[in-house]
Design a protein around this ligand. Sequence first.
Ligand SMILES: [Zn+2]
Length: 225
Amino acid sequence: MKINNDFEEFDALGNDHIGTSQDTPMRSDAFKLSKEEKIDIIKDDVRHIMETLGLDLSDDSLKGTPMRVAKMFVKEIFGGLDPNKKPSASTFENKYKYGEMLVEKNITVYSTCEHHLLPIVGKAHIAYISNGTVVGLSKMNRIVDYFAKRPQVQERLTIQIVRELQDVLETKDVACVIDAKHLCVNSRGIRDIESSTVTSEFGGRFKDKATRREFLDYIKLDTKF
Ligand SMILES: [Zn+2]
């Protein structure tokens, strides 16, 4: 009975999409195995799942799926679990003395819900006010992508992006808003295709109402080319 109760509790936690920490919960032995060893183990696990579902893995179309999924998990969609993949922290001196807010909006987010292992797809908008240091614009896209490539909770993803940029830019004045669709909500469970989830993290001066308002107004600008 105890096991059953625990499962119900975990199930509710997952369906409510409640995260438990700001850092991705990792095992202490997370990097003992090489990528190749992980792919080899996961390949067998995926085969086991498919066979348990009753699929015939000798079919030409299904034969390669376990290996394909294992490689995709380790090298692509969960590749951001590897700290070596973190974008290098190259920054520049703010030569123009640009002291206003810099906003990069509509950064594509492809992540995976850690409760259902289904896609999270959306847009991230980031702003910072330089205190003398700037980063290349594409660096912000890379930081978003690195933290997105993990089993994630959208709130944690938002916080991890802000914390990383605060470290790199050596300022608290960083903000991030993410608007995303969760396929676990859109395609199963409640099956609401229209709903999306907005999360935000405002650091330093972005806690001021006017600064926050300015950032949110920039996000609303409809850029056309
Ligand atoms: Zn989910």
